[in-house]
Write a protein that binds this ligand. Structure first.
Ligand code: ADP
Ligand code: MG
Length: 702
């Protein structure tokens, strides 16, 4: 049976043994499935290896295979050290490899006479062909095989692998033995008709060929097949979750009840068309006794909170309660204040539950929720999700859900009360990514913003021109406005690479000194919750004109009177994060300025990147630039989002496979919701064993 074969430990495999098994386990490789998915990081063959003698002009991405000849370490005080080695590949010419960073450490990594493949950009440096900071692989056995035209897989070079003698060659041996002895037992998890429809290589051949390709064509076909499989199973999971939630009964909410109507009438503004459309979607989802599972996407400041509150009132009007989950305590407290102000006049009780709620208050709140006297509770994800019993929970709102991944969502759906679910996100994402990460959700996008909002002007300034920043701050503060100043660190750091980086604590002292007579508040993640909240309150009430903080204020904080956002060391932040931070200002009727303080000496690239912030206020455009620069995994912070770390597929690149697999997965679930047909047995076993989150079994979905 295929699944049990894949689950076998690799410890007793020929060529592994206890020591190497430990090393592999430390990298997460314990079972056959893990081993088979330890894909080569790159391949060597004649088509990508260049002879140094043949190099005529600088080249972008090439591989040179040769012997290390001469190594020199230049220690130079002040100007930084340098490590150089010379490689000869028998072509009669030499290549110089140079390292400026971590030069000392690099100089200990090589031995003369070793055969190494160097990968990188070839340039002319001091009249010689050179690669600076190349990637490299030890290729002890690549020589003769290369000449016979084979393609050789090079495996991830973890330092621990090296120490245990686990070279690429050893990894290849282990895999080779496995295929010889057990490979025949591999079953194809994808049904044959699917493979035929999409012209996919069969599963067993692909698993073998990705490690031991006979040709480039075979390698490409194997890669495509395995990418398809990764994406397909992910889409199958998302589709299964979506079907599961949609098929459930949900409480019927009341869209035109007295509370919702009263509230809408009292609002000091009219809803934007985007807000109205979002409420329509929510009404349709919740009116007929089916369960809602919707994501509300809208750029910062698009007014998602009001929509959520009206949705909560639809629940209360129908006799249910609503829960409002926020990712941080600061945000939970802010929502609690907003909701209390809005809902108290309607005679409704709002509760607050966070990690720092005093025990007595917590008990009273829990009682109120169980009895139903509290209509809406606001709190942090962690606190509300663990054991709060509701009288009748009808709607669960999750704010800023980009901190909340697929798996957390799946856990949320399983909660006893089976409420409607409304997720909210201010992180706009490109479509191919949305199809992947939000495959389990219905999505509404608010594209407009409340009227009268001026675009925020964004400026890049470097340290020398800090005076200009302070002048701007002075005049805005004199006009009664407030200022955020965000720092990348909490406190001073001794770490070498953080030596010159400003931190919130010294920033607080510096700013307090530069603005005598101006109240400055300080908020960061290491403060006690009560101190944080007190400082935040001083800023919210306008008592403090300047708020110095770390990124704890990144999401959701709403102080319309603030007109300047200063971000120190902007080069250290991701674009999407900068956009979030910038979204804290421009929320009132005042013109707003975002000032990115940066250190261009460090990198010209960061200047280009930050220019995107100056050029546009459009979160979608920024997210596209960000995705291109960082790649999908990083963009989302894989672990947080629950976007699986696809090993081969890249949702930013493989956009056609993303949409093809989504369609294929949805239609398969349509035809055979329980995956119970005989021809889907292998698919179902594999899905159940390796893909489905705990608690999601196909028979319950079907
Ligand atoms: P976000 O979508 O970023 O969560 P908020 O819900 O915090 O945005 O709304 C931002 C600000 O805009 C709040 O001060 C809110 O009261 C205000 N607002 C929301 N909707 C409107 C509207 N239709 N007209 C004017 N102001 C609005
Ligand atoms: Mg918000």
């Amino acid at each position: 049976m295929s699944v049990s074969l894949l689950r076998e430990s690799i410890q007793y495999l020929k060529g592994v043994g206890p020591k190497r098994a430990d090393v592999l386990a430390a990298e997460g490789i314990r079972t056959t499935a893990d081993l088979l998915a330890l894909y080569p990081r790159r391949y060597l063959d004649r088509t990508n290896v260049v002879r140094v003698a043949d190099i005529q002009a600088p080249m972008l991405a090439v591989t040179v295979v040769g012997t290390v000849q001469r190594m020199r370490f230049h220690a130079r005080r002040g100007r930084g050290s340098r490590f150089e080695l010379t490689v000869t590949d028998g072509s009669g010419a030499f290549l110089t490899c140079v390292w400026f960073q971590r030069a000392r450490a690099m100089s200990n990594l090589f031995k003369e006479g070793e055969r190494i493949a160097f990968h990188g950009k070839v340039t002319l440096f001091s009249g010689r062909w050179s690669m600076s900071h190349p990637e490299f692989d030890r290729v002890d056995d690549a020589g003769p095989k290369l000449d016979t035209g084979r393609i050789i897989g090079l495996y991830p070079g973890h330092a621990s692998f090296d120490e245990a003698g686990l070279s690429s060659r050893q990894v290849r041996r282990i895999l080779f033995t496995w295929f010889k002895e057990k490979g025949a037992g591999l079953e194809d998890p994808l049904p044959a008709d699917l493979a035929a429809e999409f012209h996919l290589m069969d599963g067993r051949s692909a698993r073998r060929a990705i490690h031991f390709p006979k040709s480039r064509e075979e390698l490409d076909a194997a890669t495509r097949r395995l990418k398809f499989e990764e994406l397909f199973f992910f889409q199958l999971m998302m589709g299964a979750i979506r079907r599961r939630v949609r098929r459930e009964a949900g409480p019927a909410l009341h869209a035109d009840g007295p509370l919702a109507i009263q509230f809408a009438e009292r609002l000091p503004f009219t809803l934007t068309p985007g807000q109205v459309a979002a409420l329509d979607d929510i009404r349709v989802d919740t009116a007929h006794g089916a369960r809602m599972n919707r994501l509300l996407q809208g750029d910062v400041g698009s007014g998602k909170t009001v929509v959520a509150v009206i949705a909560a009132l639809m629940a209360v009007d129908a006799g249910y309660q609503a829960a409002f989950l926020a990712p941080t305590e600061i945000l939970a407290e802010q929502h609690f204040r907003t909701l209390s102000t809005w809902l108290a006049p309607l005679g409704l009780m709002v509760g607050l539950l966070t990690g720092s709620t005093p025990a007595a208050v917590r008990r009273a709140t829990l009682d109120g929720l169980a009895q139903g006297s509290i209509s809406v509770v606001v709190g942090t994800h962690a606190v509300i999700q663990e054991g709060v019993a509701f009288g009748a929970l009808g709607l669960c709102i999750v704010d800023e859900q980009h901190r909340f991944g697929v798996m957390q969502r799946a856990a949320l759906y399983e909660k006893g009360e089976r409420p409607h679910i409304l997720l909210m996100s201010a992180t706009p994402i490109p479509r191919s990514l949305a199809l992947t990460v939000y495959g389990d959700l219905d999505v509404t996008v608010i594209r407009d913003r409340p009227p009268g909002r001026k675009d925020i002007e964004t400026r890049l300034l470097w340290e020398k021109r800090r005076g200009e920043l302070y002048d701007l701050m002075r005049s805005e503060i004199a006009a009664g406005r407030q200022v955020y100043m965000v720092y990348p660190l909490v406190e001073e750091s001794d770490a070498e690479e953080l030596k010159d980086i400003k931190d919130a604590e010294s920033g607080y002292r510096e700013v307090s000194g530069a603005f005598p007579g101006v109240e400055v508040a300080l908020v960061h993640g290491r403060m006690k919750a009560a101190e944080k909240e007190a400082a935040m309150q001083r800023f919210v009430r306008g008592e403090a004109a300047i708020l110095v903080s770390t990124t704890v204020i990144e999401v959701g904080v709403d102080v319309p009177n603030a007109s300047i956002m200063v971000i120190e060391h902007a080069e250290r932040f991701g674009l999407s994060q900068l956009h979030q931070l910038r979204g804290r200002i421009g929320r009132g009727q005042h013109a707003a300025t975002c000032v990115l303080m940066c250190d261009f000496k460090r990198s010209e690239a960061s200047k280009t990147r930050l220019q995107a912030m100056v050029d546009t206020n459009d979160g979608f455009r920024i997210s596209e630039v960000d995705l291109k620069l960082r790649g999908a995994g990083d963009f989302f912070g894989t672990r947080q989002s629950g976007l699986p770390a696809f090993r081969l597929a890249d949702v930013a690149e493989d956009t056609d496979l993303v949409s093809v697999t989504r369609t294929a997965a949805r239609s398969l679930l349509q035809d055979d919701p329980g995956l119970s047909r005989p021809e889907h047995r292998a698919l179902r076993d594999y899905f159940q064993a390796f893909i489905a989150p705990d608690g999601l079994t196909m028979s319950r979905i079907g």
